[in-house]
Write a protein that binds this ligand. Structure first.
Ligand code: UD1
Ligand code: MG
Length: 439
């Protein structure tokens, strides 16, 4: 079944997600930098070339979001008023292949391997089953002699059924012809007056079809319904991401404190100290990121950052040293040192240049952003303000405390300071005391 041409996938994402208490649709909530639905779509794409997403609540917003990231995803609008429920969601869905895998959009932790396990063998229906200490909230799976007999939703359970700890994880792979035959026959005679997809199991069993339980890991099949679930899923995802990168050779100090976006990449030998956060599609090559630093959608190569450094989106640091309390935004630095307390935004700084403590690029005038260009071997003295747009050519020295609002030509010294004055014995006159402290 690993042939992507023999399997269709339907992802159910029409539910409202009330328990998230959010105006953002449930499936668009992000885990490790990617929405839950996109995690599900990515896993689905590994096993199928025919993917349909079922939408209803905030359908337009979700469809638009999918279309900006993916091609070839089909959409189906559920008539949720007339046909509510997971079975209602499948009404009218057409899939192209002989087998259909049905997933929930709120299961971001599923992997290709377990999807393949669910499509293996030739039972009429494979369904995912988990053993839980606390089965509450889930549909209970009634199994006799190794064969599934029925799924009973919690609200429809009798007292004995409620005690069943074998539950429906909510993913099924079904013979498509059978699915097309059963879906129109579903009814809503149940406690929630909904059309339950789970009822196809009983229909199949009554016709003597084979329904195979596939026991799966709870961790992968956890549905996210609340912000609590979201945080728990994020923890699991983070553990997976960190484990993969440590196996690939990334050194992590106190890994539990480190956050890594699922789109981030590491190459060469990298060290991440405690509290580091790597966000967005960042690339880190042979670099050392020190404690509590943040990198957002940027590239670092042969560089070191922090502790407590911040690199904001669209920056590129090559052969560069960035120290504590330095913020870099949308800037390219090659062979640069910026050791302390600076803001470098919308700038390029070339090889051999040194940015002193407290240097600020004044890149914004309240309306627009402007660029600062600093050439090679420029020494920018501490507490300099570079008022953009401004260009500093190669081999320039800028005196500490200068406000630079004109371009500086190659080889020059730029200094802008009010001349310093000293007034002798001012202290004693001001406090009306003598030099040895008496009145
Ligand atoms: C469902 C199963 C239950 C299983 C549980 C696992 C049914 C009847 N019950 O229950 O046996 O233990 O999943 O998590 O299927 N959705 C739609 N349209 C709807 C309703 C839901 O597309 O009208 C989508 C949701 O967006 C979600 C998925 O279907 O992605 C599951 O819906 P949810 O309401 O969470 O199902 P449960 O009641 O938890
Ligand atoms: Mg429900």
């Amino acid at each position: 079944m690993s042939n992507t041409n023999s399997l269709s996938v339907v992802i159910l994402a029409a539910g409202q997600g009330t328990r998230m208490k959010s105006t953002t649709p449930k499936v668009l909530h992000e885990i490790s930098g990617k929405s839950m639905l996109f995690h599900a779509i990515d896993a689905a794409q590994e096993v199928s070339n025919d993917i349909t997403v079922v939408l209803y609540h905030q359908a337009e917003r979700i469809q638009k979001e999918i279309e900006t990231h993916y091609e070839n995803i089909h959409f189906h609008m559920q008539d949720a008023k007339k046909y509510p429920g997971t079975g209602g969601a499948m009404k009218g869905v057409k899939t192209q292949n002989s087998r259909t895998l049905i997933l929930n959009g709120d299961m971001p932790l599923i992997t290709k391997d377990s999807l393949l396990a669910l499509t293996s063998g030739d039972a009429d229906i494979n369904m995912s089953v988990i053993q839980l200490e606390d089965p509450s909230g889930y549909g209970r799976v009634i199994i006799e002699h190794g064969q599934v007999k029925e799924i009973v939703e919690q609200k429809d359970c009798n007292k004995t059924q409620l005690l069943t700890k074998t539950v429906n994880a909510g993913i099924y792979s079904v013979n498509t012809a059978l699915l097309e035959c059963y879906i129109p026959q579903l009814n809503n005679n149940n406690a929630q007056a909904e059309y339950y997809l789970t009822d196809i199991v009983k229909m199949a069993v009554d016709e003597g079809k084979i329904v195979n339980p596939i026991y799966v890991q709870e961790e992968e099949f956890k549905g996210v319904n609340s912000k609590l679930d979201l945080a728990a899923a994020e923890e699991i995802m983070q553990r997976r991401i960190r484990t993969e990168w440590m196996k690939a050779g990334v050194t992590m100090r106190l890994p539990e404190t480190i956050y890594i976006d699922c789109r981030a990449k590491f190459e060469g030998e990298c060290i991440l100290e405690n509290g580091v956060s790597i966000q967005g599609a960042s690339t880190i090559r042979s670099s050392h990121i020190k404690a509590n630093s943040v990198v957002e959608s940027s590239t670092l190569e042969n560089s070191d950052l922090g502790p407590m450094g911040r690199v904001r989106p669209d920056s590129m640091l090559i052969d560069t040293h960035i120290g504590n309390f330095v913020e870099i935004k949308k800037s390219t630095l090659r062979g640069v040192k910026a050791g302390h307390l600076s803001y470098i935004g919308d700038a390029t700084v070339e090889e051999g240049s040194n940015i002193g403590a407290g240097v600020i690029t004044c890149n914004y005038d309240g309306k627009n952003k402007y660029k600062t260009i600093i050439g090679k071997n420029v020494f920018v003295g501490s507490d300099t303000q570079l008022v953009a747009p401004v260009t500093i050519e190669d081999d320039v020295m800028i005196a500490a405390g200068s406000t630079i609002n004109k371009n500086v030509e190659k080889g020059a010294l730029a200094i802008s300071r009010a001349p310093m004055k000293t007034i002798k014995n001012f202290f004693y006159k001001f406090f009306e005391i003598t030099k040895n402290g008496t009145k």
